[in-house]
Ligand binder design. Structure first.
Ligand SMILES: Cc1cc2nc3c(=O)[nH]c(=O)nc-3n(C[C@H](O)[C@H](O)[C@H](O)COP(=O)(O)OP(=O)(O)OC[C@H]3O[C@@H](n4cnc5c(N)ncnc54)[C@H](O)[C@@H]3O)c2cc1C
Length: 518
C-alpha cells in the first residue's frame, strides 16, 4: 500500500526535526530546501578559507535532541560529540570582566567578587526565580501545542489563572531584574537574554528570565560547530528514508478543495502530497509568497512587530589583548540608548558585541595564530526596506571595534578573510522577515500567545520553526518541528478512522496506526 507522503519546505532545524520524525514513523518524506545545505540559520560561512558557524553558536537543551534521536531509534551521542562547557560566557564592560559558570556556586562567588555580597545574594534569588519560571512553563508551554492564557493556566496544573502571574507576564524583564540587582552591569548581563529571542529587555515580559535558566542548565560545545547538528539531524532523516532536494525553491503551496495538496517548485515542477510542513517563516506565507490560496493559512504578521536582525561578521583571523573564552560579550556603555536606537530602526551608536571564538575550548585555549570568529551586533529588521548604506555599515563596524577595543580586544579583520551578513542578506535567505532572526518580538505579555501554532487554517498544512510556537532558538525550533508532527499524525489518524467508517473494510496506513497508538 502507498505510504502517506509529506513535503517539508525548508531544512532549518524545525524542518529537519519534522522530516526525521515523520520518516521514522514510516511516512514518505521529501524536504525541499532553497539553499545548497541543511541548517537554515544554522549555517556555515566560508571566511578566509575556513568554515565558520555564521548562525547559532550557543547549544542548550541537549535533552530535546536526545529525545529526538531516541524517537527515531538512534542515539545522539553516536552522531554528535558534545562537551559540557563549565565556563558559560565571559562578559566585559570596558576593562571590568565577569565570567558565568555552569556551576551555580562558582557564578555566585564570581558575582560576589565582582559586585559584592548583596549582588551575589540577588543572583541566588534571581536564579531561583528563573528556575521556577522555567519549570512552570517547560511542559505546559514549550512542549505543548499553542494555547491561550486560560488554557495555559489550566495546563500548569492548577486551573487558576492567577498561577500564571508567578511567571511575571506583566512586569518588564528590566524592571524585574531591578528587584534582584542594584549593579546596572548585572541588570545588563541578565537583561541581554531577551536578545536570544530578538527582543528588548525593556519591553519583554520578566517571564523571559527563564532563558537565563536554560543556559544555567547547561551549554555544550559541539565538535564540528553547530552546523554538525544540522548534518546529524539530516543524516537521521535520510537513514529513515527521507529525501532531500537542495537548491530548489518552493514558489507555491497547492490547495485543492480547501486542503493542502502539494507544492510547485521554481522550475515549474509540481510535487503532490497529502500533507505539507512549512519551515519557511510564516511571514512568507502571510505575504503571499506561497500563492494566494495559501496566504489565508495564517493571520497577518505585521512588520512593526518583528524581532531583531543582526550584523554578523565571520572571520578567520588573529586576535590580541583580551583573553577570549568560547562565548564573549562586550557591553554597550548605554544599554537603554542601544535599544532606543534599535526601536527607531537605527543602528546603535554604542552597540553590545557578541564574539564567538569557535576554536577555543572551555578554558579559552585556542590555536596559535588565526582562529575562527563570529562577531554579532544587534540590528533592526529593515532588510526588505531601505536596509543600510555602505556608510552606515562602515560606521557600525567602527563602533563594534570601539566596544571591543575598550575592553582591550584587538581584532584583525582583513577584507579578504572576513564576511558580513546584514539584515538585507538575511532577508534574501529568509524572505519576508526583513532579516528578523527570531520571528515576532516577545514584547508585551500577549506576544507569546500570538505566535502561530503548528496547525494552520488550511487542513493538511502545518508550520514548524523558530517563528512558530513555542519560539525562537535551536531547541525551541526543534520542539516546534515535533509539535507539527504530533498534529499532522493525529490528523492523518483521524482521517483514516473516518475513511474506515465510510468504507467498511478499509485499512489504515502504518503511519496512521502509529499515530493512533501514540
Ligand atoms: C546569527 C544568529 C545567531 C543565533 N544564535 C543562536 C544561538 O546561539 N542559540 C540558539 O539556540 N539560537 C540562535 N539563533 C536562532 C536559531 O538559529 C533559529 O531560531 C533557528 O535556527 C531557526 O530554525 P527554523 O527551524 O526556524 O529554520 P530556519 O533556520 O529559519 O530555516 C528555514 C529554511 O527554510 C528555507 N526556505 C525558506 N523559504 C523556502 C522556499 N520557498 N523553498 C525552499 N526552502 C525555503 C530556508 O532556505 C531555510 O533553510 C541564532 C540565529 C542567528 C541567525
Amino acid at each position: 500500500m502507498e505510504r502517506d507522503n509529506v513535503i517539508v519546505i525548508g531544512a532549518g532545524v524545525g524542518g529537519l526535526t519534522s522530516a526525521a520524525l515523520l520518516a521514522a514513523r514510516g511516512l514518505d518524506v521529501t524536504v525541499v530546501e532553497a539553499a545548497a545545505t541543511p541548517g537554515g540559520k544554522m549555517r556555515q560561512v566560508t571566511s578566509g578559507g575556513a568554515m565558520v558557524d555564521g548562525g547559532p553558536t550557543v547549544f542548550t537543551m541537549r535533552d530535546v535532541f536526545e529525545d529526538l534521536f531516541d524517537s527515531c531509534g538512534a542515539t545522539l551521542s553516536d552522531h554528535l560529540t558534545l562537551r559540557p562547557a563549565s565556563l558559560l560566557a565571559r562578559h566585559a564592560w570596558n576593562e571590568d570582566r565577569l565570567d558565568l559558570f555552569a556551576d551555580r556556586d562558582a557564578s555566585e562567588a564570581a558575582i560576589g567578587n565582582f559586585a559584592g555580597a548583596a549582588e551575589a545574594k540577588g543572583y541566588r534569588r534571581f536564579y531561583d526565580e528563573a528556575q521556577q519560571i522555567f519549570r512552570s512553563l517547560d511542559h505546559p508551554f514549550m512542549r505543548s501545542q499553542r494555547a491561550g492564557p486560560t488554557r495555559l493556566a489550566w495546563e500548569m496544573g492548577k486551573a487558576n489563572p492567577s498561577d500564571l502571574l508567578t511567571t511575571r507576564p506583566f512586569n518588564s524583564l528590566w524592571g524585574a531584574l531591578g528587584d534582584h540587582f542594584r549593579d546596572p552591569r548585572l541588570r545588563q548581563l541578565f537583561g541581554r537574554y531577551a536578545t536570544y529571542c530578538g527582543s528588548s529587555p525593556f519591553k519583554c515580559p520578566a517571564t523571559l528570565m527563564l532563558i537565563a535558566h536554560v543556559e544555567a542548565r547547561g551549554v555544550w560545545l559541539v565538535d564540528g560547530g553547530m552546523f554538525a547538528l544540522a548534518k546529524a539531524i539530516e543524516g537521521l532523516a535520510i537513514r529513515n528514508g527521507a529525501r532531500f532536494r537542495y537548491g530548489e525553491r518552493v514558489t507555491e503551496i497547492l490547495v485543492d478543495k480547501g486542503k493542502a495538496s502539494g507544492v510547485t517548485l521554481a522550475s515549474g515542477e509540481r510535487l503532490h502530497a497529502r500533507s505539507v510542513v512549512c519551515n519557511a517563516d510564516p511571514a512568507a506565507l502571510a505575504s503571499g509568497r506561497f500563492g494566494q490560496a495559501a496566504q489565508r493559512a495564517v493571520g497577518a504578521i505585521p512588520a512593526s512587530g518583528r524581532s531583531l536582525a543582526a550584523m554578523v561578521w565571520t572571520a578567520h583571523s588573529k586576535t590580541d589583548g583580551f583573553p577570549l573564552a568560547h562565548h564573549n560579550v562586550f557591553f554597550s556603555n548605554d544599554y537603554a540608548a542601544e535599544f532606543e536606537s534599535l526601536g527607531q530602526n537605527k543602528l546603535a551608536v554604542s552597540p553590545t558585541v557578541y564574539v564567538c571564538a569557535q576554536d577555543r575550548d572551555d578554558l579559552g585555549v585556542g590555536p596559535d595564530g588565526a582562529e575562527r570568529l563570529q562577531i554579532l551586533v544587534n540590528a533592526p529588521a529593515i532588510g526588505d526596506g531601505k536596509g543600510f548604506t555602505q556608510g552606515e555599515i562602515d560606521q557600525c563596524r567602527l563602533q563594534m571595534l570601539e566596544t571591543t577595543g575598550r575592553a582591550g580586544l584587538l581584532l584583525e579583520l582583513p577584507a579578504s578573510g572576513t564576511t558580513l551578513a546584514t539584515p538585507t542578506d538575511f532577508e534574501a535567505m529568509f524572505p519576508s522577515t526583513g532579516g528578523a532572526l527570531y520571528g515576532q518580538a516577545s514584547h508585551g505579555w500577549v506576544a507569546s500567545f500570538r505566535r502561530p501554532g503548528a496547525r494552520t487554517k488550511i487542513p493538511g498544512l502545518y508550520l514548524a520553526g523558530g517563528s512558530t510556537h513555542p519560539g525562537a532558538g535551536v531547541p525551541m525550533a526543534a520542539l516546534s518541528g515535533g509539535l507539527a508532527v504530533d498534529i499532522l499524525l493525529r490528523d492523518l489518524a483521524l482521517t483514516s478512522r473516518l475513511m474506515q467508517k465510510v468504507m467498511p473494510g478499509g485499512t489504515s496506513t502504518p503511519a496512521a496506526t502509529t499515530a493512533a497508538s501514540a
